[in-house]
Design a protein around this ligand. Structure first.
Ligand code: KIV
Length: 271
């Protein structure tokens, strides 16, 4: 599927499902579950690399994980979910040339078909327009933008009318610049409704109420992260289930090692 084809989901009123993956096991799982799009999100900075924020992950690390995610797909390339990769912090904020090089590196060396980047400041709009002119599809990301954590924190964004107007204007700018979809994170539902109704391209929510589609960090959904954000509760206690299964296995090994070894029959003992 081409990124631009996601618009047909919105036209038909069909929900778009996006799940993150960070390695070949997680990608084979989300593919088997039937996600339309797989996102190699920079949340892998926390999920896979143990950092406290998304800021430290590098472009080379994102590429390394995107390659692993691509190798995890089991279906032939034409039938695989669309693979979108985040442009990490500082790979697009320092100018258009650097951004084209960074996005190009991901598309050239992995199955990535599109990139996602955060914000809609004039500099970012210039970057988006240049990427799209160079043939690189772009997904936008507004509302809570984790790469700006030191400015915004992790709290819900656009709580007042003035900020909501700003987000709506930014979303229109992203659509006019050629983005094929926009992630809207942790904002009031009345804003998502306005953005969703005001734009032709799909709005993908996370902590934003009902939208044209939803995106989640898979490790949060399956309860592998130690603390999930309030808008993304775990569906299963994945961490506890894994720990229990592994504890049982370890106990079984201790128990078996203590049981006396069976005496082998003479003819096997003397081979
Ligand atoms: O990095 C990520 O996983 C994301 C999603 C939360 C949308 O950007």
């Amino acid at each position: 599927m081409l990124p631009a084809e996601l618009i047909h989901f919105k036209e038909k009123g069909q929900a778009i499902t996006i799940l993150t993956a960070w390695d070949s096991i997680s990608s084979s799982i989300v593919e088997a579950a039937g996600a339309d799009v797989v996102l190699v999100g920079d949340s892998l900075s926390m999920v896979a690399l143990g950092h406290a924020t998304t800021l430290p992950v590098t472009l080379d690390q994102m590429l390394h994980h995107a390659q692993a995610v691509g190798r995890g797909f089991t279906r032939p390339p034409k039938e695989q979910p669309l693979l979108v990769c985040d442009l990490p912090f500082l790979s697009y904020q320092c100018g258009e040339d650097k951004a084209v090089e960074a996005a190009g590196k991901l598309l050239k060396n992995s199955s990535t078909a599109a990139v996602k980047l955060e914000g809609a400041e004039p500099e970012v709009i210039n970057v988006i327009q240049r990427l799209i002119r160079m043939g690189i599809p772009v997904m936008g990301h507004l509302g809570l933008t984790p790469q700006s954590v030191h400015n915004l924190g992790y709290r819900r964004q656009a709580e007042n009318i003035k900020d909501q107007k700003k987000v709506l204007e930014q979303a229109i700018k992203l659509e006019e610049s050629g983005c094929f979809a926009i992630v809207l994170e942790h904002v009031p539902e009345e804003l998502s409704i306005r953005v969703r109704n005001g734009l032709k391209i799909p709005i993908i929510g996370i902590g934003a109420g009902i939208c044209d589609g939803q995106v989640r960090v898979t490790a949060d959904l399956i309860g592998l992260t130690e603390k999930q954000p309030p808008f993304s509760p775990a569906l299963i206690p994945g961490r506890e289930l894994c720990i229990k299964a592994l504890k049982d296995w370890i106990e079984k090994q201790h128990h078996e090692a203590k049981t006396p070894t069976k005496e082998l029959p003479q003819q096997i003992r003397d081979y």
